[in-house]
Design a protein around this ligand. Structure first.
Ligand SMILES: Cc1cc2nc3c(=O)[nH]c(=O)nc-3n(C[C@H](O)[C@H](O)[C@H](O)COP(=O)(O)OP(=O)(O)OC[C@H]3O[C@@H](n4cnc5c(N)ncnc54)[C@H](O)[C@@H]3O)c2cc1C
Length: 402
């Protein structure tokens, strides 16, 4: 394989943007191609739980002023999940199990933060205006003697030495690079919405809003999850938010609320308005004692949206080519552990490090991609299995096929 001059990244999710920041920081020519017409085309969720992987990835790939903005807009939490009874009283606080191997030597360990997804994406996009191309849906790619050519739905093409599929769970890149790797329905639907923080404060114990997440579930394995997102250091945020083009939108503190379980409890959610989804969420826990249904009814009706959960089926990648994958494009998982974005950002940072050594002439591309793919699939699919096991226990997720 040839030396590294240009990297094409398909997808501007958290993984693709992290990789673009890393490559840009290393002086490598990178172009990102995004199917959506703009960054805010569709709702992509609210709160994200970040652990050592995403926090240290952001600290490694972003320039200093964006690291400051990232820190200032993160709510660093206690390293616990609060387990609640259905009356929303506390049963216990489960410590998080942090095992990130030796990926982040010299950096902070056992760190947990709740962040607003749109804010994080905005920070990761900062400074990349000339690199990201919107309205570019990859439809196919072809290997050529000197690299790889990407073909887009609008009839345009792009050429690079390496193409990275960071295009999420329905990856078009994976469909060609690793067609044997599949995803399956996890059997779970979840309804997500936002509550004002004050409405939650008066109805749930304080721990539930300090920890990573709080969760209650019933005999049907229907669950209610709550995770707060606060912007705790407004002055620091204002101070950090100084460079043109990086201003993050004003946000009120909020609590993300999720009600989920087997599909049968949430029929035909695709056709329902936000208000009807909020009502369905509240009705699903109406038999619970205490304030669960009342709490959900405090939610912003427009904010509710449904998610049908899918998971990757673990497998292997064939010998490396100059096309590789990261994040949900290869190892999507159910959000039981809150780790999908963390792994996407870990993959992107490790791939960025690897490609930088290739660009510096210290390593051959095929050998570098071989090591990246071997490590990434090992830890990625291990977490997919772990998420599925916990999902089976806690929310009756379908077992992974053998
Ligand atoms: C409701 C919900 C809550 C979650 N909570 C957490 C959490 O708390 N913590 C956590 O770590 N993870 C969480 N996850 C998982 C996390 O969101 C994903 O793992 C993460 O977003 C994956 O990032 P990615 O960059 O690999 O893919 P994505 O974020 O899916 O980005 C893929 C991008 O590629 C683009 N694209 C797709 N196809 C094409 C194409 N053909 N051409 C060009 N562009 C294309 C898409 O438009 C998209 O912008 C949650 C997921 C959901 C659904």
């Amino acid at each position: 394989m040839s030396a590294l001059r240009k990297v094409l990244v398909i997808g501007s999710g958290l993984g693709g943007l992290t990789l673009a920041q890393s490559l840009r920081g290393g002086g490598i020519d990178v172009a990102v191609f995004e199917r959506d017409a703009s960054p805010w085309d569709r709702p992509q969720g609210y709160r994200l739980h970040l652990d050592d992987d995403a926090v240290n990835a952001a600290r490694e790939v972003l320039p200093g002023h964006l690291v400051a903005l990232f820190e200032a807009t993160s709510q660093f939490t206690e390293p616990f999940t609060t387990i609640l009874k259905t009356d929303l009283s506390v049963v216990r606080r489960l410590p998080a199990h942090d095992d990130h191997g030796d990926v982040w030597p010299g950096r902070e360990n056992r760190v947990h933060a709740n962040v607003d997804r749109a804010t994080l994406r905005q920070i990761l996009m900062s400074g990349l205006d000339d690199v990201i191309h919107f309205g570019k849906e990859l439809v196919r790619y072809e290997d050529t003697p000197d690299g790889v050519t990407a073909y887009f739905g609008d009839g345009t093409t792009a050429h690079g030495d390496v193409l990275v599929g960071a295009d999420g769970i329905r990856s078009a890149v994976r469909a060609r690079r690793a067609p044997h790797l599949t995803t399956v329905d996890a059997g779970i639907t979840a309804l997500y919405g936002r509550l004002p923080l004050n409405a939650a404060r008066s109805r749930v114990p304080a721990e539930a809003l300090q920890d990573i997440f709080a969760i209650a579930s019933d005999d049907r394995k229907v669950f209610l999850g709550l995770g707060s997102v606060r912007f705790p250091t407004a002055p620091a945020r204002a101070a950090a938010d100084h460079s043109p083009g990086t201003a993050v939108r004003d946000q009120d503190d909020y609590v993300v609320c999720v009600v989920g379980g087997r599909h049968q409890f949430f029929p035909a959610t695709g056709d329902l308005s936000g208000e009807r989804l909020r009502d369905l969420a509240a009705r699903t826990v109406a038999d619970w004692p205490g304030l669960a249904a009342d709490l959900i009814r405090q939610g912003d009706a427009e904010s509710f949206f449904p998610v049908r959960m899918y998971t990757s089926v673990p497998g292997t990648l064939d010998a490396p080519t100059n096309v590789t994958l990261l994040g949900d494009a290869v190892h999507a998982m159910t959000p039981t552990l809150g780790r999908g974005a963390n792994l996407a950002m870990r993959d992107a940072t490790l791939l960025g490090r690897t490609l930088r050594t290739v660009a510096a002439g210290d390593r051959e591309l095929d050998e570098a991609l071989h090591h990246y793919e071997r490590d990434m699939t090992a830890y990625g699919f291990s977490v997919v299995r772990q998420a599925a096991r916990i999902g089976e226990q806690r929310m009756a997720q379908n077992p992974l096929p053998e």
